[in-house]
Structure formats: C-alpha cells, structure tokens
Design a protein around this ligand. Structure first.
Ligand code: IPM
Ligand code: MN
Length: 367
C-alpha cells in the first residue's frame, strides 16, 4: 500500500453512512445486489463504512399485506444519509398504485426536488445515433421533481358518462421553480465543462407556466455571468438530442418534460441498462435509482444489466461526500463497457448480471 492510500484509509476510517436499501420489484433486487457488491468494494478500498438497512416496500409486500407504505416509514427514512432504490412496479398491481404510493410519495414527502439524470455515452457502447461517439454525448438533465403535472392537481366530473370532464393541472411555484433552477446553475458551475445551461420549456404555448420558468431563469442567470443561459422548446430539444447532442451541457426543465426527455436521453446513451438517476434534496435525504423500471419479464433470470444500479450507487457515494469513490465506480463501469460487454441489453451482454457486478468490483478494487 502506498503512503497516499494509507493516509486516505486511516483518515476516513471513522466515517460511516447509514443507507436505506429498497430493492423493490421485478429485477430491482438483482441489480441492487450487484450495486451493493460494488459499494462494498468501494468502501473497502477507500475506507469508509456503509451501514445498510433493507426495506421490503414494493408490489410483493402490497399484494401480501395490502399496505403500500407502512405508517412511520417516511419519518424513519429521514434518518438515513441516503436511500438506494431498485425499482417499483409489479405486473399484478394496477398501474399507478405503487408508482404514486411509493416512488412519487417518497420523492414528494422527502422533498427531493431535483431529479438528476446524467446522459453520457460510455466507451464501447453502441449508440443508436450514426457517427456519435462518447465525446458527443455527455450532458446532465436537471428535472424538477415535486411539482408540475405530477403534483396531482385537478379532478374529474361525471366520470364514466358521455359528459365526463378530466382536468389535470400543472403546478409551478416560484419557490419550486427557483430552487430547481438555482440547483442547475450551481451544478453547471461545479461541473465546469461547457458552462452552458439550457432551459427546456414551451414558452410559445404554455404561456403561464413557462413564463414563470423563463423569468426566474433569467433572473437567476444574472448571478452566474460565467454560465451561458440558453433556451430550447421541448419539441425542438428532442430533435437536437438526436441531431446534435454535443450542444448540451446541463439542461433544466419541469417534471413532465423531464420525464420524457430523460427517457430519450437514456436511449442515446445506450439504453435503460446504463441510465442512473438521483432524486435530490440538497438539504435532506436523497434517493438514488436506476431509471429503467422493474423489467418483470427478466426477473430472476440473471440477465438484466446491473450497471444502471451500479452507477446510481456511484452517484449516491458522490452525493454523500465520497466523491473519489463515486468517480471510481463510474470509471469501473466504463472499463466494463469498454473492455467487456457486447451489448447493454438484458440477455445480450455476453455476461450474466452477477458477472457484470463481479467485473465492476474487480475494477473498483484495481483502477
Ligand atoms: C421515472 C418514472 C416515474 C416517473 C414513474 C414510474 C412514476 O417514469 O422515474 O421517470 O414518471 O417519474
Ligand atoms: Mn420516466
């Protein structure tokens, strides 16, 4: 062991983090198991401790007990340094119950007001865009995560009749919009790459909501003279993601648009197998997850790609203050895509789920 390593280890040995682990549904438990292997490898190498507490929230528990989230669960989760989530969604449960009752409830009640989704093409990964290479695809989407159409405002009248009326309103508060935009400017500054922040909106049609977004954006931009404040309509941005992804550095947008463009982002970085995200409350407890969902058809087959969950684990370590470990996990994932995987798709990687986890562990310990 060299001097540097010894120093790091003895200095941070005292550090311990409490992590709540929610493996969840479908392939969630399989990918989280690999993620935990990798997190433990990082904790061994860099000398900090992770105290893990598992929670069985998800479809199975709901079907067994009728309970979505037990009383007191949210209060209990507030005590952790972070939450590590697999996937929520079960084929035998009506769509919406678990998503709203667990995932969205946690995001809202823990006030995780930013959904941070990096879009980065790793070495060796097949990009569906012709001639685009890792140097062309490297941006981050900051999605507002507690308001907009997701707030649940609206209602229904005369349900089931020919006169039925359904209203679903987008809630945008000055406070909610501003804190998200501020986070995006700060993130862009810290990232220190192109120093360009793009607001993704629809100012030509949604003239109430995106007027608030646009005004707030330009007001906050004055505090960041070094960052180029850029704008794109959401429909145009889907076009640019395909044609000129290299234009983007950091993008900030509302909840619904963010949901849509981050799935497109995941595809241009090679698919759901690699797409990780963080639900961030900078002043509270944040939650990290692969964004691909529970993929029930691959459950228990040891074929799903765990890299998205592994990278979400890396983001979690970065967030709690173990930046070096976070970076090492990302670098290890890049070694795995660059040197090993034939594809990122489930069943086509040339390796099993557990083998991909083992390979990543090897690189985390070595590089
Ligand atoms: C996501 C998912 C969720 C969302 C669903 C499962 C509620 O699609 O994390 O992007 O819409 O936010
Ligand atoms: Mn989504």
């Amino acid at each position: 062991m060299d001097k540097e390593k010894v120093k790091t280890r003895s200095y941070s040995m005292s550090k311990a983090y409490k992590i709540a682990v929610i493996p969840g549904d479908g392939t969630g438990p399989e990918v989280i198991a690999e993620g935990i292997k990798v997190l433990n490898a990082a904790s061994d190498r860099f000398g900090f401790k992770l105290n893990l507490t598992y929670y069985d929230f998800g479809g199975e528990r709901y079907l067994r007990t009728g309970e979505i989230l037990p009383d007191g669960a949210i209060a209990e989760l507030r005590k952790y340094n972070a939450i590590y989530l697999g996937a929520i969604g079960h084929p035998d449960v009506k769509p919406g119950i678990l998503e709203k009752g667990i995932l969205l409830r946690l995001r809202f009640e823990l006030d995780q007001y930013v959904n941070l989704r990096p879009v980065k093409l790793y070495p060796g990964v097949d990009c569906p865009l012709k001639d685009k290479k890792p140097e062309h695809i490297d941006f981050v989407i900051v999605r507002e995560n507690t308001e907009g159409l997701y707030a649940g405002a609206g209602g229904v009248l005369k349900k089931g009749t020919p006169d039925e009326v359904a209203v679903q309103e987008s809630i945008n508060t000055r406070k909610g919009v501003e804190r998200c935009i501020r986070y995006a400017f700060e993130y862009c500054k810290k990232r220190n790459k192109m120093k360009k922040l793009t607001l993704c909106g629809k100012t030509n049609v949604l003239t109430y909501a995106f007027d608030l977004w646009e005004r707030t954006f330009h007001e906050v931009a004055r505090e960041y003279p070094d960052i180029k404040a850029d704008y794109a309509h959401v429909d145009a941005i889907t076009m640019w993601f395909v044609k000129n992804p290299e234009w983007f550095d950091v993008i900030v947008t509302d909840n619904m648009f963010g949901d849509i463009i981050t799935d497109l982002g995941a595809m241009i970085q090679g698919g759901m197998g690699i797409a990780a995200g963080g639900n961030i409350n900078p002043e509270g407890v944040s939650m990290f997850e692969p964004i691909g969902g529970s993929a029930p058809k691959y459950k228990g087959m040891n074929v799903i790609n765990p890299l998205a969950a592994i990278c979400a684990g890396g983001m979690m370590l970065d967030h709690i203050g173990e930046e070096k470990s976070g970076k090492t996990i990302e670098n290890a994932a890049m070694e795995v895509t660059g040197k090993h995987l034939k594809s990122l798709a489930a069943g086509k990687m040339g390796y099993s789920t557990t083998e991909v986890g083992d390979l990543t562990v090897k690189y985390v310990s070595e590089i």
